[in-house]
Every structure is written in structure tokens, then in C-alpha cells.
Ligand binder design. Structure first.
Ligand code: ZN
Length: 89
């Protein structure tokens, strides 16, 4: 599915992390979206966002960001392997 759809939902989730599981997955429609940040060891205010669907294991990937308030922070080991949608798909 369209990367733009994923990006739009990601933007909303980033603004308001607790709202993440209200949105429907752009691929399968399940309300199983997850947004979690893997904290930067050297700069605890930053993290790498991982945004994926717990149902179909599809998602998008970014580099480091400042973490929003209410962010879910996890270790890399807690992130499942998911299929990454690229802007070219
Ligand atoms: Zn899905």
C-alpha cells in the first residue's frame, strides 16, 4: 500500500502516541498499529522510531528523531521483524 498513507498515520501517531492503536493499518485494516522508539544510547532524548502493524507485520522505518511526549520506548529486541514499505513501493 501507499507509503503516503503510512506516513500520514505515522504523523498523527507521532503527535499523539496514545492514539496510535485507534488508526487502521493501511495494508490490512487491523487496529494493531504500534509506534515504539528504540532509545539512542548516547542521547536519551532521541530514538529511532519503528512504526508497524502487529497483525500483518508491515511498517515503515526512519532514522533518529527527538522522541515525542508519551512515547513508548523499547529495546531493539522487542521490535518484531516486519516488512518495511519504502517510498518507491
Ligand atoms: Zn496490517
Amino acid at each position: 500500500m501507499a507509503y503516503a498513507d503510512w506516513l500520514a498515520i505515522y504523523d498523527r501517531s507521532y503527535e499523539d502516541p496514545p492514539s496510535t492503536n485507534i488508526a487502521e493499518c493501511p495494508d490490512c485494516g487491523a487496529r494493531e498499529l504500534r509506534l515504539a522508539f528504540v532509545q539512542d544510547t548516547w542521547n536519551p532524548e532521541r530514538g529511532v522510531p519503528r512504526f508497524w502493524c502487529g497483525s500483518c507485520l508491515t511498517g515503515i522505518f526512519f532514522c533518529g528523531f527527538t522522541m515525542p511526549e508519551n512515547a513508548t520506548v523499547v529495546s531493539a529486541a522487542e521490535i518484531p521483524n516486519f516488512r518495511i514499505i519504502s517510498p518507491d513501493d
